[in-house]
Write a protein that binds this ligand. Structure first.
Ligand SMILES: [Zn+2]
Length: 326
């Protein structure tokens, strides 16, 4: 925080209310929808357990308290050419969102601060800030994933004060409270073609139409393998197409248990959103951007999710496109 290369608190911000269905209704909708994609589906409303414990390792105990989604920056700052000056300090977010005290938990998927490791990287954002007497008490469980030109992958923890990210970030932000009602979703044996998050997003979109329902949370891929990507360092040549992006990215299969930080929204109300984004990390050194599991027969997903009340769109790119959004 306070580094010279991070512009402070001047990013443009738009925000809107989201549709928040009753949790029991959302549970019914998701259960019915997921049953056509998985053999075994459980969806129930529970009090949020302590997610700071193993196996989830979040930076605060729960997902409760004024949950909202943040879509910060965007893919147009990465492709065709990376705009390295788009570096944000997540410690500025509470101020931007007019939060003046208490704890803020941020979890989600973004691009890491390239200055920290001197390379572009994936970010598994897992950060809690508690404002006390004008200064931030930081719990930082964020991980960064890198791949070097030889294909060597690494998962990094960060120092507590490393609260920056670059280019883009999709976040669930809450007060980090435990014991508030959330959805517990458990699915086994995938029978359809879509990934777990896309199944949930399509289900919610089909039911709620043009009402925007935003959801975030954490889920374990307990058993099986997932196809992930890690961004290498910035491409020296412009990435013009999805094929260019996919050739540049490093894809690999990671093995569960994988801890996934996930946000999605059923309908973009015209704010040029990334409608779903999920990154994962593990305690065995693997992590990256989640595409799908590659073990439909054996896969088990279990997670906790909350609908969000508001959406904050920060530093929306003025020139946009749809390359590289998978
Ligand atoms: Zn990603």
């Amino acid at each position: 925080m306070g580094d010279d290369d991070t512009s402070k608190k001047c990013w443009p911000l738009e925000n809107c209310q989201l549709h928040v269905p009753p949790l029991s209704e959302l549970a019914d909708v998701l259960r019915q929808g997921l049953e056509s994609h998985f053999s075994h589906v459980q969806v129930e409303v529970v009090d949020c357990p302590d997610l700071s414990l193993s196996p989830f390792h979040l930076a605060a105990p729960g997902l409760g308290g004024e949950p909202c989604l943040v879509d910060l920056g965007g893919v147009p700052y990465l492709v065709p050419t990376a705009q390295r000056d788009r570096t944000y300090d997540l410690a500025d977010l509470p101020g931007l969102m007019n939060v003046k005290d208490g704890t803020i938990l941020m979890i989600g998927a973004g691009a890491g601060p390239w200055q920290h490791l001197n390379t572009n990287c994936e970010m598994m954002t897992n950060l809690s800030l508690t404002l006390e007497e004008g200064k931030n008490n930081i719990v930082n469980g964020t991980r960064l994933a890198t791949v070097d030109p030889a294909g060597q992958r690494m998962l990094h923890v960060v120092p507590a004060e490393q609260t920056r990210c670059s280019l883009l970030n999709n976040l669930l932000i809450s007060r980090g409270l435990p014991n508030t009602p959330v959805l517990r979703i458990r699915c086994q044996k995938r029978t359809g073609p879509n990934n777990f998050v896309t199944c949930m997003r399509n289900t919610v979109a089909q039911h709620y139409g043009d009402k925007s329902v935003g959801i975030g949370g954490v889920f374990m891929l307990e058993n099986g393998q997932a196809r992930l990507h890690i961004m290498p360092d910035f491409s020296p040549c412009p990435l013009q197409t999805d094929a260019d992006v996919n050739n540049w990215l490093h894809f690999y299969n990671a093995t569960g248990p994988l801890i996934n930080l996930s946000v999605f929204i059923s309908h973009d109300p015209g704010l040029d959103l990334r409608v779903e984004h999920t990154h994962c990390f593990s305690v065995h050194g693997e992590g990256g951007h989640y595409h799908e599991d590659v073990s439909p027969e054996t896969v088990v997903y279990e997670g906790y999710f909350t609908p969000a009340e508001r959406l904050f769109r920060i530093d929306r790119p003025s020139e946009t496109h749809h390359v590289g959004r998978d």
